[in-house]
Design a protein around this ligand. Structure first.
Ligand SMILES: *Cc1c(COP(=O)(O)O)cnc(C)c1O
Length: 367
């Protein structure tokens, strides 16, 4: 018996009846784009996050690209401006910046949170800096008054990459409503997953929301009238309908993830393994990933597989060492590099059973 890292089929079959009814309804309606299902989901998402606007788009990377593109169209940023971004992130956060002709400026993480080390940000600010792109990595909210102050004092926008942390909050404010604008991914494996690609932007900035909506629809607000050299990046009716069903369960499903994380944190006792920090405010973390660290990662991963436990690595190669960013290959980010060499993600999902969690704990303690 194999404990899968993530059983997407089981995760979605929990909602089989509701999802199938919705799929059939959309299929039979004859309306597949820019219709009611997208409007309904956008309203549900804005309400859940607490923002005045939510805009459905094609995927999480586009959500990030569109935020930055709209800031450029609105004259808030221009090509060549610098955006501060964590060196330790999924590469999409960085691709969105360079894709817009903006310059990513990488900052090391704090070893405790894996997230951007806020005390390192100010050193990287120059007259060209226009924004900080924070990433709520692994599902943990990264926010502080210090971060807010740095942004305010330097006139910087804060953009949240909230692809991994839907439902998390800081002082009762949801991620996605902390900064100036936020990007969501509903990639099937995310905590709120569609049946394909999907994404969204949330913001309280009306002018930004209007520009994003237009840029994502061929640069047009009115059919055949084009204000911007836009893209086609729309959320479709089928994905919106599925997400409208699943968003009703996100708090409960994140709650189950939290339960599993607590079981791992209490049960795993092995001096070879470093466990993730558990924030004192439990709402700060929605445990998209449960990431442990060990200097014997390859051995551990192989051992766990023999015991029937599937694990993954998030992520094996840091962005600055990728061929895609060859200009950065000589740069040194020792904390980021160490994290990439030592992290291993354990199975975690709302459908993982207590018995499975116990087997994972036992296997880790035997190692
Ligand atoms: C998944 C992810 C994205 C990209 O989302 P897609 O929907 O796959 O385009 C961006 N940033 C982070 C941190 C992610 O985990």
């Amino acid at each position: 018996m194999m404990i899968k890292f993530l059983d997407l089929q089981a995760i979605n079959l929990v909602h089989q009846k509701e999802i199938e009814d919705k799929l059939l309804e959309v299929f039979r309606s004859g309306w597949y784009l820019l219709g009611n299902e997208v409007k309904i989901f956008e309203a549900k998402l804005a309400n859940f996050i607490g923002t005045s606007h939510a805009i459905g788009v094609a995927n999480g990377l586009d959500a990030l690209r569109l935020i930055l593109r709209a800031y450029i169209e609105n004259g808030v940023m221009q090509k060549g401006d610098e955006i501060i971004v964590p060196a330790n992130t999924y590469i999409a956060s960085i691709l969105a910046i360079s894709d817009n002709g903006l310059v990513p400026v990488l900052v090391e993480p704090s070893p405790e949170t894996f997230n951007i080390d806020v005390s390192e940000i100010e050193k990287k600010i120059t007259p060209k800096t226009r924004g900080i792109l924070i990433v709520h990595l692994y599902g943990r909210a990264i926010w502080s008054e210090e971060l807010q102050k740095i942004a305010a004092n330097n006139g910087l926008k804060i953009i949240e990459d909230n692809a991994q942390a839907i439902g998390a909050s800081w002082n009762s404010i949801k991620t996605g409503n902390l900064g100036d604008a936020a990007a969501f991914s509903f990639y099937p494996g995310k905590n709120l997953g569609a049946l394909g690609d999907a994404g969204a932007v949330t913001t309280n900035d009306e002018s930004l929301a209007d520009t994003i909506r237009a840029v994502a629809n061929y640069g047009s607000k009115e059919k055949y009238v084009n204000l911007y050299q836009g893209l086609n990046s729309r959320l479709d009716e089928i994905q919106a309908a599925v997400l409208s069903v699943k968003i009703e369960y996100i708090d409960a499903e994140n709650g189950r993830r939290r339960e599993i994380a607590e079981k791992y944190l209490a049960g795993i006792k092995n001096p070879k393994l470093v466990l993730p920090e558990n924030p004192s405010d439990k709402n700060e973390h929605v445990w998209h990933l449960f990431v442990i660290q060990t200097t014997e990662r390859e051995k551990l991963q192989k051992y766990l597989l023999e015991k029937g436990v599937q694990t993954l690595i998030h992520y094996p190669i840091p962005p600055h060492q990728q061929a895609a960013y060859s200009d950065w290959n000589e740069l040194s980010f020792p904390i980021t590099e160490k994290i990439h060499q030592e992290v291993l993600s354990l199975p975690i999902s709302p459908v993982l059973t207590d018995e499975e969690v116990e087997s994972v704990v036992a296997a880790l303690n035997d190692f």
